[in-house]
Design a protein around this ligand. Sequence first.
Ligand SMILES: O=C(O)[C@H](O)[C@@H](O)[C@H](O)[C@H](O)COP(=O)(O)O
Length: 282
Amino acid sequence: MPLTFSERPKIAASSGPDGRGELKIYENLDDLATDFADYVAQLSELSVKERGVFSVALSGGSIISLMRKLCEAPYNRTVDWTKWYVFWADERVVAKNHADSNYKLAKDGILSKVPVLSSHVHSINDNLSAEEAAEGYEFILRQLVKSRTVDVLESRDCPKFDLIILGMGPDGHVASLFPGHPAVDQREDWVTYITDSPKAPPERITFTLPVINSAANVAIVVTGEAKATAVHRAIDAAPEELEAAAIPARMVQPTDGKLVWFLDRSAASKLHCVPFEGDFCA
Ligand SMILES: O=C(O)[C@H](O)[C@@H](O)[C@H](O)[C@H](O)COP(=O)(O)O
């Protein structure tokens, strides 16, 4: 049996300044992946117990490989996968079997290895333009909110996912919300699109910030030295340190949900709010 959640070696677990989430920092990727699997499995169990479903939105990139432990014992047996409803916080507008597809990445990495029901996996229609794909995805979401498959944030007309899992780029983008891009300021639509992504491929659909910030839980999973500056700017840079446009990762502040950062030591190396001496394990 794996170590219990609190026994597993973390370097530090603390809360970011101004309540900007809980920080979990790990010496290595294996410890991060193990704890992350535990975190997702616990949220799934809680959501299924409370609502009978677990609605989760994935991103692309390295988070899928960091979710690999969910496909192994004990999670492949203990998680009630048939209650999962899977969405994408962002998706590239390419064919679903294209190497750039986040759907393909998740299917190959996780969904083909666990008994999630294919009818519960909601990928974009890959025969449409970016604009049409975003409209179509939002339509599906609105239907599932009506059926309460995806809960709704009472205070706002917004879907309330049980968990949204985000990666972050070295520029501080999350999902396909890039610094300075008008999509970051979209407050009406639930899903928008871009055709000029600075990260290839150019055409993508993406959840807007109101949807991300309406989630019951948001996990941002970031590893590697290349992202350390963006992690600092997102979590504990003083406002005067930031250029005009706050980076999108800093704008992830769930309305009444919980934000947790899963970081390896390299990605956390420029944080000022977490000294590395001693063990902050909770
Ligand atoms: O479609 C995408 O590209 C992603 O959703 C994007 O937001 C990704 O999560 C980050 O760029 C981090 O990617 P890495 O973890 O692979 O660096």
